[in-house]
Design a binder for this molecule. Structure first.
Ligand SMILES: C[S@@+](CC[C@H](N)C(=O)[O-])C[C@H]1O[C@@H](n2cnc3c(N)ncnc32)[C@H](O)[C@@H]1O
Length: 204
């Protein structure tokens, strides 16, 4: 097991998904931004580092038919699959480190809440953007939610990189156009405030 996988498996063994700081009852901002993209319901959508989030459940309820969820942690994916029960068969599940992901097909929308910001190594960020470029179709949308500048410096005991519009544009380079930015103050289960920024990018 790699150090990174080991960390996340431990997190999901030690805590219930309802106790982790990033827990959301409803992923409202993500859902609004995804709906704003006005995709057809049969276009492929992937939640990268989805963990135990209910985003896939909500997208299934909204009628999306080609959903995928990816996470490095088998425990997080098991939790989401068990919660969905029979409906889990309508989601494609990938257990992998995103920096090693390769997909046979392209997606129309890529959603990442609080995963990219853990990539503190520039080489990992380059790999992520390269994989995103291969995996998202031209004209597809990418929504990245990260701690905002002024937000927390750490999450789950790991350092993060905080982002604003300029830093995200620099990280994603010329293949992507930043088309929107939305702020959110997330309240953790321990009632702490965390400043997030959600960036919507268009693959040129
Ligand atoms: C802060 S949590 C966010 C979970 C979910 N996106 C949400 O909003 O509830 C980060 C998630 O990313 C996963 N993760 C962390 N690094 C990863 C990587 N390199 N590749 C894939 N998944 C990763 C973790 O297992 C965890 O589920």
């Amino acid at each position: 097991m790699t150090k990174r996988k080991d960390h996340w498996e431990r997190v999901y063994s030690d805590k219930s998904p309802f106790e982790v700081s990033w827990y959301q009852n409803e992923p409202s901002v993500s859902l609004r931004l995804i709906e704003n993209c006005q995709l057809e319901k049969n276009e492929p959508v992937i939640d990268v580092g989805g963990g135990a989030s209910v985003l896939v459940d909500r997208l299934l309820e909204k009628g999306y038919t080609r959903l995928a969820a990816l996470d490095i942690s088998s425990k997080a994916l098991d939790f989401a699959r068990n919660r969905l029960g029979n409906k889990a068969q309508y989601v494609e599940w990938f257990e992998t480190d995103i920096t090693e992901f390769s997909s046979r097909r392209q997606f129309s929308l890529w959603h990442d809440r609080a995963v990219f910001h853990f990539l503190t190594d520039p080489g990992d960020r380059e790999k992520y953007v390269e994989i995103l470029g291969k995996t998202l179709r031209p004209g597809g949308y990418c929504i990245i939610a990260a701690f905002a500048v002024g937000g927390p410096m750490k999450c789950s005991g790991l350092n993060v990189v905080q982002y604003n519009a300029e830093k995200i544009s620099d990280a994603f380079g010329g293949q992507f156009e930043l088309i929107g930015e939305t702020g959110e103050t997330h309240i953790t289960p321990a009632k702490k405030e965390q400043l997030f920024s959600y960036f919507s990018l268009l693959r040129k």
